[in-house]
Design a binder for this molecule. Structure first.
Ligand code: 3PG
Length: 305
């Protein structure tokens, strides 16, 4: 069967090679559309039984163009780019590959944070992360990796996650926090790891950001949609000591950069999961999941039940 790998942000070549091998060993043929648009995806999908994507939009239009499609695997964690209700209506199984790219995202949190607190290496004295407080907003796979690295740097780590038991956080040396207000009030650095859902979109705004202690920094490597951008702008106006850094550029990035200069920092493209290792892990997991689903209906990581 034909399996389309459609990634506007391409995997490392070594990962593409691995994906191809997995699919061919399972008797399938890989069709590759890299750096393409949604139209390119639609043009290539008509006779494909499987689809592997990253943050690429998979909506009704794509599914209507894919009568043979049985399975979509998002090579990564967040699946807010896929219309789950439409997939269910089309009889398509949607899966993600939990945990496969989480270390890469966690490492970038500290890459960005160190760049910020060392004043972008401009020759002036910065600050250290050791002994500083870090609050992790959602303790999933990325949050856990952030905690592990932060502990290595000697930071004091706490986390908020209603789905995780206190004992599990304590076992990692992380202090459980039980309200979002406390998390923001008690930590100089807060790292966001919530998914973008109807409940979380625009859930972090002026009121929460202003709770950060003196010289607070909010780090967002999750999704731009979870930020109330007007609220962020207002908080940065009121609190001249607060800074915002993100791997998921806000829509108003240009205006924020103009107004707040070095107090904001954005990657040019979402780079969190852009490592060879994460591409290999997530890409090959996705290929295996597609092959297993087409072989016998395997659906362990299905997200549209
Ligand atoms: C994810 O949800 O897995 C991460 O945000 C990475 O997304 P990407 O594959 O688009 O880089």
């Amino acid at each position: 069967m034909k399996i389309l790998v459609a990634t506007s942000k391409p995997f490392a070549p070594v990962a593409v090679k691995g994906i191809k091998e997995v699919l061919e060993n399972a008797g399938h043929e890989m069709v590759l559309v890299e750096k393409g648009t949604k139209a390119d995806m639609i043009n290539a999908i008509a006779d494909c039984a499987g689809l592997i994507v990253r943050s690429d939009i998979v909506d009704k239009e794509v599914m209507d163009a894919a009568p043979e499609l049985k399975v979509v695997v998002r090579a990564g964690a967040g699946y807010d780019n896929i219309d789950l209700a439409e997939a269910t209506a089309h009889g398509i199984c949607v899966m993600n590959t939990p945990g496969q790219n989480s270390n890469a995202v966690a490492e970038l949190v500290f890459g960005m944070l160190l760049t910020l607190v060392r004043n972008r290496y401009n020759g002036t004295s910065g600050t250290e992360l050791k002994d500083k407080t870090l609050g992790i907003h959602a303790y999933g796979q990325v949050g856990r990796n952030v905690a592990r690295i932060a502990k290595g740097l000697g930071m004091k780590v706490s986390a908020l996650d209603p789905w995780v038991k206190d004992d599990d956080m304590l076992a990692d040396g992380v202090s459980p926090v039980h309200s979002v207000e406390e998390l923001y009030e008690q930590n100089q650095y807060v790292s966001l790891h919530i998914p973008a859902t109807e409940q979380t979109k625009k859930s972090v705004g002026k009121v929460l950001i202003e709770r950060l202690p003196k010289n607070g920094v909010l780090i967002n490597t999750a999704r731009k949609e979870v930020i109330d951008e007007e609220g962020l702008e207002a908080a940065l106006e009121c609190r001249e000591d607060v800074r915002y850094i993100a791997d998921v550029k806000p829509d108003i990035a240009g205006a924020l950069e103009e107004k707040f200069g070095d107090r904001v920092m954005f990657t040019p493209k979402k780079m969190g999961a852009q490592t060879a290792e994460a591409n290999i892990n997530a890409g090959i997991a996705a290929a295996n999941q597609v092959a297993m689903h087409l072989a016998d209906g395997w659906n362990r990581f299905q997200v549209n039940k």
